[in-house]
Design a protein around this ligand. Structure first.
Ligand code: FES
Ligand code: MG
Length: 569
């Protein structure tokens, strides 16, 4: 097979001339013929001044390059876009598919025999893995790693579970202006991704479970020397894969791997976003994920990892307790150990090498779980015909069976304008409803599902209420929160028909979410509402592509034309 600079020499018809041109230009960088005759490992650079989570990118790239060269291949670093949660307008989810397309096309466009994708902030690894699955070139994923924890007044702080908690305390008047300023400087004390079990950590753990990254890749803190060594080892491994031509993502991303990733998502108390991204990744392969199977897995799999927001600890503690290899070992028969990994063997080898850490309390055994069942449940009902999810491991148990009066907000702007109004008609046992916040609605399915507790109730000590929406939620958040209601209200979903004062019943045991209004009345309301209108933001550019092509949450929010076609070779 043609490797290195000779790959894809079709642009000018004359392959000899194309290679001559490539070499002529690349030699401007001072490369020797020896360097240019070797197999090439592409390395994505997703460093950006707007992405502090990727702040260790230069060191990781340097180490990955070193690993590639130590193994005798040629590293070539190339940029793709980078997405950070706090700096992506309108939302990071809106841009995920753009990053997936960018990454896919750049891998396809440039000659390389294997690729290392380095990412970590929430949407970046999903985008990169979606791309890798579509291109199907040997790929090693290198997560940037989690931040170390912060400290404030003797308390351990976690981004961003404690961001919300402390901001709520500030809103309630318990933390003054000066102290919240101090907290701001301590919540994210290093580069790396949020160090609770948010989306970034969830995806990094699932990536390791999928077999796409080297053992311990998910958990080594971003500033640690070991993180750099993992990047070097990943470089070596990618160079070997460039020579041997495999394993390819299609050999790694098997039904067993997808099942293992879902088991892990439940067992780590993972982010609800994890299932959306995993669905999108699966849809790039010949395999599928369905919410029923995910829910069934959740009924059998205990939460074993004691991390915020479901538990007490942080990613660095998970790491020091043995990381993913130890968790996979504790999950025992729930994991298919025959699944291959990019390390060269199977998960059986990974588990066999798991470190025994005497006295560790972070990774529990199945006999002594944090919760006897998984983190996330799938709901259906007349409000969510195609499904909704709830992270019940991070909810208030007494609210999991609850019927209450709806208090409806039309949009995030409406919610911001009214939620703290002292005259708002709201009680602690009401159900807060937010709509027009789905994939098309906001657009980009913002993490608005964590509706704040109305200030006047917060002051009375109310910490949690049932909240429902078609939005997503940060994996770092806590509460009795129903998310991803599908179809979304802006795409004709029944959430659009709820009125303030309707009774809503949440029945997590029965896996139901319903509005207690009869079908005839809902039909009457639907006729009065009319079909959703095309919004002004969708007129041009990427927004146009997004509006016309984005799928609903149950299908992973990818673009409809990016899924692998059933008959594709
Ligand atoms: Fe990047 Fe949390 S903001 S992982
Ligand atoms: Mg997040």
């Amino acid at each position: 097979m043609t490797k290195g600079l000779r790959k894809g020499l079709t642009s000018y018809g004359d392959a000899g001339f194309s290679l001559f041109l490539r070499k002529a230009f690349i030699k401007a960088m001072g490369y020797s013929d020896d360097a240019l005759e070797r197999p090439i490992v592409g390395i994505t650079n997703t460093g950006s001044d707007y992405n502090p989570c990727h702040g260790n990118m230069p060191a990781l790239i340097e180490a990955a390059k070193r690993g590639v060269m130590l193994a005798g291949a040629m590293p070539m670093v190339f940029p793709t876009i980078s997405i950070h949660e706090s700096f992506a307008h309108p939302t990071s989810m809106f841009l995920r598919n753009l990053m997936a397309m960018d990454t896919e096309e750049m891998i396809r466009a440039q000659p390389m025999d294997a690729v290392i994708v380095i990412g970590g902030c929430d949407k970046t690894l999903p985008a990169q893995i979606m791309a890798a699955a579509s291109v199907d070139l040997p790929t090693v994923v290198v997560p940037v790693g989690p931040m170390v924890v912060g400290h404030h007044k003797g308390e351990v702080l976690g981004a961003c579970t404690d961001c919300r908690r402390l901001w709520s305390a500030h809103r309630a008047g318990d933390i003054d202006e000066q102290e919240i300023g101090e907290v701001e400087g301590r919540l994210a004390p290093s580069v790396g991704t949020c160090m609770v079990m948010g989306t970034a950590s969830t995806i990094a753990c699932m990536t390791e479970a999928l077999g796409l990254s080297l053992p311990m890749s998910a958990t080594v803190p971003a500033p640690h020397a070991e993180r750099v060594r993992i990047a070097e080892a990943s470089g070596r491994r990618a160079a070997e894969m460039a020579v041997s031509g495999g394993p390819r993502p299609s050999e790694i991303l098997t039904p067993a791997a997808f099942r293992n990733a879902q088991v892990v998502l439940q067992a780590i108390g993972g982010s609800t976003n994890g299932i959306v991204h995993l669905t999108a990744i699966a849809n790039r392969t010949e395999h599928k994920i369905d919410l029923e199977t995910f829910d069934t897995i959740g009924r059998d799999v205990p939460v074993l990892v004691d991390l915020k927001p479901s538990g007490d600890h942080y990613m660095e503690h998970f790491h020091h307790a043995g990381g993913m290899p130890k968790l996979l070992q504790q999950l025992g028969p729930l994991i298919d150990l025959d699944a291959p990994t990019v390390a060269g063997g199977t998960l059986r080898d990974v588990v066999a090498a798991a470190e025994e850490v005497p006295g560790q309390k972070v990774i529990r055994s199945a006999k002594n779980p944090i919760k006897p069942i998984g983190a996330v449940a799938v709901l259906r009902g007349n409000l969510a015909p195609r499904g909704a999810v709830i992270k019940h491991s991070a909810a208030t148990p007494s609210l999991l069976q609850h019927t209450g009066r709806a208090v409806v907000f039309e949009s995030t702007a409406d919610m911001a304008a009214r939620i703290d109004d002292p005259d708002l008609d709201v009680r602690a046992d009401d159900v807060l409803v937010l709509r027009n916040t789905g994939p098309k609605g906001a657009p980009g399915m913002p993490e608005a599902g964590y509706l704040p507790i109305p200030k006047k109730l917060g002051r009375q000590g109310v910490k949690d209420m049932v909240r429902i929406s078609d939005a997503r939620m940060s994996g770092t958040a806590f509460g009795t929160i129903v998310l991803h209601i599908t179809p979304e209200s802006a795409d004709g979903g029944p959430l659009a028909l709820v009125q303030s004062g309707d009774m809503i019943r949440l029945d997590v045991a029965g896996r139901r979410i319903d509005v207690l209004v009869d079908d005839a009345e809902l039909e009457r309301r639907r006729a009065a509402t009319g079909a959703p209108q095309e919004p002004a933001w969708a007129e041009r550019g990427y927004a146009r592509l997004y509006w016309t092509s984005v799928l609903q949450a149950d299908e992973g929010c990818d673009f409809d034309f990016m899924r692998r076609k059933p008959d594709e070779a």
